[in-house]
Design a protein around this ligand. Sequence first.
Ligand SMILES: C[S@@+](CC[C@H](N)C(=O)[O-])C[C@H]1O[C@@H](n2cnc3c(N)ncnc32)[C@H](O)[C@@H]1O
Length: 218
Amino acid sequence: MTTNIDIRSNRSQIFVFIMHVFVLTLCLAMVFIGFGHQVIRSEVDSANQELREIRSPDILFVPTPQEVVDKMLELAEVTKDDLIYDLGCGDGRIVVTAAKKYGCRGVGYDIDPERVIESMENVKENNVQKLVRIEQKDIFTLDLRDASVISLYLLSSLNVKLIPQLEKLKPGTLIVSHDFDMQGIVTTDKTIKVPSDDNPTHTVYLWITPLKKNDMGN
Ligand SMILES: C[S@@+](CC[C@H](N)C(=O)[O-])C[C@H]1O[C@@H](n2cnc3c(N)ncnc32)[C@H](O)[C@@H]1O
């Protein structure tokens, strides 16, 4: 005859068993995730043994908050037919987001080998290798003419230094810049403010080629 005590003890055994299975599954999942990251890092590292310091970056890495990235891509009206270049791509978040959200192609350029490796890992982790490429380059040496969208988070002085390259872009190319304008060039009236957790107002500037010079650009 089954007593109340037996039923209770059976239930607690089942509970203990389920807890063991749960903890074991959790441990296995953590091991696999850690292993996955390790595999990605070693693949990326071996693919990039050639990476070395070209020269110091003109500005250090500060990531654009994700909500600002989203607004930059919206302002640039990115579609799947675009090719976006992020000049100084940091951890690759702008080109990765563009590929994931809009299915467009992108190239992230950074001079810092650490950033290039980080971006490549980001591309792999988000499985957008078919759409996104990362290259270690000094942005001031690039031919930008294939791009239909350019994203920037540099400094105003660096944006100005890019003008000779930006002037060669195809007509109708959109340029978005987080927080920094481009002295001497007229912005469109689509400049927006984006609040984020870290800062109440990020500004995003938009230009469309051909660039129009203002009085300070003459
Ligand atoms: C402020 S971070 C912006 C990162 C990313 N675009 C974002 O918005 O999250 C600027 C990046 O530009 C890179 N950088 C600085 N000078 C560069 C140069 N001359 N050529 C290529 N990348 C450069 C830095 O290594 C850094 O990752």
